[in-house]
Write a protein that binds this ligand. Structure first.
Ligand SMILES: Cc1cc2nc3c(=O)[nH]c(=O)nc-3n(C[C@H](O)[C@H](O)[C@H](O)COP(=O)(O)OP(=O)(O)OC[C@H]3O[C@@H](n4cnc5c(N)ncnc54)[C@H](O)[C@@H]3O)c2cc1C
Length: 289
């Protein structure tokens, strides 16, 4: 398979890249790690007139140590996975990254590319939604922040304009004493998940626990499982409360069945995965209670 012909540009700055996007008026694609875009070109799923490679733009890579943790959009997924800052302050992100594709794809693929691509089964959009992160996008009129809850419109579609560039990913740092868990079900290791769940439990100021639960594969975009969160915050983290929350989560989603599994099958996997992940994540809390 060969891609269609395209013009190739490698701008040296964001303003230059934005001028190119304006020049092609919606008929250009930004190239980050190429791990999704190049296959799409090869299969002729997209046929843009030009590719605008972000690789030569300085300051688009790197991981800050503040709160939120600011990660440059062009930071390779592997660099995020290996970062001691991420291990210490955003361990859920690190755990999820191990499930993203394979080592070679993570060595090229970027955090910004995965989020902008918005595959409904991808791990990084799910983590951004679960931990209430956000992204910075730059346009010719300036920059703006988009909260993760507002970012994903439908499968492969975000609220990033065709004339804008995602430049930063903001991930809140976790509080000391927090717990996290991530699991997914796929046919083979490295495949996109059929269903994935993310769990974050942080101590709150009132002496209780703030519970954040997310799932992908059960809708067009990553979902927060708010009814299940409320059950755990109200009833605690006992085995009964976890079973109740998992059943509620399965009942609350409205998946679309496809060749990988019917809607009922996805609901069933969600309940099972969530119960298992919550049990594993809360075991140390239960042991000290
Ligand atoms: C064999 C294989 C297995 C994989 N398995 C998984 C998996 O299990 N889970 C998973 O999540 N992913 C998986 N992927 C996809 C991989 O994670 C990609 O890295 C990711 O989807 C896209 O990141 P990228 O940097 O390669 O972006 P690219 O492929 O370069 O770009 C993807 C899209 O995002 C746009 N884009 C890129 N950067 C920006 C930006 N800064 N601002 C605005 N738009 C931008 C591009 O224009 C393009 O439309 C797999 C890929 C392969 C080849």
């Amino acid at each position: 398979m060969k891609p269609p012909r395209f013009h190739y540009h490698a701008p040296g700055s964001i303003p230059e890249a934005l001028d190119l996007l304006a020049h092609y008026a919606g008929d250009a694609r930004l190239l980050a790690g190429g791990q999704s875009l190049v296959p799409m070109l090869n299969f002729r799923l997209v046929e843009p007139r030009a590719l605008i490679d972000l690789a030569r733009i300085p300051h688009l890579s790197g991981i800050g140590d503040g709160d939120p943790i600011v990660i440059g959009a062009m930071t390779r997924q592997r660099a995020v996975e290996d970062s001691p800052i991420i291990a210490r302050r955003a361990p859920l992100l690190r755990e999820a990254l191990r499930w993203v594709g394979h080592l070679p794809t993570r060595s090229r693929g970027t955090i910004g590319g995965s989020i902008a691509h918005a595959d409904p089964a991808a791990e990084l959009p799910l983590i951004l939604v679960t931990c209430e992160g956000s992204v910075r996008v730059e346009g010719r009129a300036g920059s703006r922040m988009i909260a993760a809850g507002e970012l994903f419109d439908s499968m492969f579609t975000t609220r990033i304009g065709a004339d804008e560039i995602l430049t930063e990913v903001h991930v809140p740092a976790v509080a000391p004493g927090s717990r996290h868990g991530f699991e997914e079900y796929a046919r083979r290791h490295g495949d996109f998940a059929i269903v994935a769940v993310a769990v974050s439990i942080e101590p709150n100021a009132a002496g209780g626990q703030q519970v954040r639960l997310g799932a992908s594969g059960v809708g067009q975009i990553p979902q927060r499982l708010v009814a299940a969160e409320a059950i755990l915050e109200r009833e605690g983290l006992s085995a009964d409360a976890i079973a109740h929350a998992a059943a509620q989560a399965a009942a609350s989603v409205d998946p679309v069945g496809d060749a990988n599994g019917s809607a009922d099958y996805r609901r069933h996997i969600l309940g099972t995965l969530l119960e298992r992940t919550l049990t594993r994540t809360t075991a140390p809390i239960a042991a000290t209670a």
